[in-house]
Design a protein around this ligand. Structure first.
Ligand SMILES: Nc1ncnc2c1ncn2[C@@H]1O[C@H](COP(=O)(O)OP(=O)(O)OP(=O)(O)O)[C@@H](O)[C@H]1O
Length: 274
């Protein structure tokens, strides 16, 4: 593959191995994410999803293999700089912001400007305009002036996504964003995510979830992990199949597509061992 083609890759993992205490946490993981694709990452608890995300963001180094993000190979790149182009939204981060009792939703979003957890320094008129646009885009402009801890879980989650988008990331990782949301708030958030994915200027999305029905139509690809190994990787219709989902989740499932969204139900109380 020539260098120009490689640059089109948002992520390229080549034969990643990560071992801890004699146990493979990631084993022979090769994965390519290209510009224009949006991915769902699925796997049971402990299957290696977070470990994989840590490799991509440089918080963890593999024992073997190569990590290349935005065409830049780790080991030859300033990771701190590169991280500014990656937004990572997870519920554990929400909690870290719970004590920001004097920051409004808008201020929390603005604090994402420099893609750091620290407090923002300079905020320009253009930043405020962008922050307000994000509030609107995320459907939370009515709570823009409300203090962050007083927001509902759904509003908080959207504000945190807004915060990540404030830095205009090239890659956005949403780690179980619908956790703890009721059915209405969940669908509302998914609609916002779908809209974001349709924006050609928007970031490449990695959507980590345990719930297959959260995979919105614009998510084009899926990665299935089982015990640190890839069970399936590629276009979602080829990967989200009953046999591969059974290998991933160790339960027999029936899969149905409805309006480009996959739904699964468990078909029997039988555990599939793998
Ligand atoms: N630093 C570490 N040292 C030892 N073991 C680790 C370390 N980090 C992760 N693990 C182990 O690696 C496995 C994969 O963990 P990981 O957090 O990547 O899973 P996950 O798919 O994100 O799970 P969940 O869905 O529960 O968040 C687990 O068994 C975990 O205990």
């Amino acid at each position: 593959m020539n260098e120009e083609a490689k640059k089109q890759h948002v992520i390229e993992l080549e034969d990643i191995v990560w071992k801890r205490d004699g146990k493979y946490i990631l084993n022979s993981v090769s994965w390519t994410v290209e510009k224009g694709q949006h991915w769902a990452v699925l796997g049971l608890n402990g299957s290696g999803k977070t470990s994989l995300l840590k490799m991509i963001t440089g918080y963890q180094w593999p024992n073997g293999g190569a990590v290349t993000v935005f065409g830049q190979r780790f080991g030859q790149v300033n990771i701190q700089e590169l991280r500014k182009s990656i937004g990572w939204v997870s519920t554990s981060l929400d909690d870290r912001f719970q004590n920001r009792t004097r920051d409004t939703a808008l201020e929390i979003i603005l604090s994402g400007k420099n893609a750091s957890v620290g407090i923002y320094e300079e905020v320009t008129e253009a930043d405020i305009e962008k922050g307000r646009k994000l509030l609107k885009q995320l459907g939370i402009d009515h709570v823009g002036n409300q203090y962050f801890p007083s927001l509902s879980q759904g509003e908080r989650r959207k504000a945190m996504i807004g915060r990540a988008l404030m830095a205009s990331p090239e890659l956005l990782i949403l780690d179980e964003p619908c956790n703890g949301l009721d059915i209405y708030s969940k669908e509302e958030l998914l609609a916002t995510i779908e809209e974001m994915c349709q924006d050609p200027e928007g970031p490449t999305l990695l959507y980590v979830t345990h719930h297959i029905e959260e995979i919105v139509p614009s998510v084009s690809h899926a990665l299935l992990l089982n015990k640190g190994e890839i069970v399936g990787s590629g276009e979602k219709h080829a990967v989200l199949t009953e046999p591969l989902l059974e290998q991933t989740f160790h339960v027999p499932v029936a899969l149905q597509w409805e309006g480009e969204r996959p739904w699964v139900r468990i078909t029997a109380k039988r555990t599939i061992t793998n």
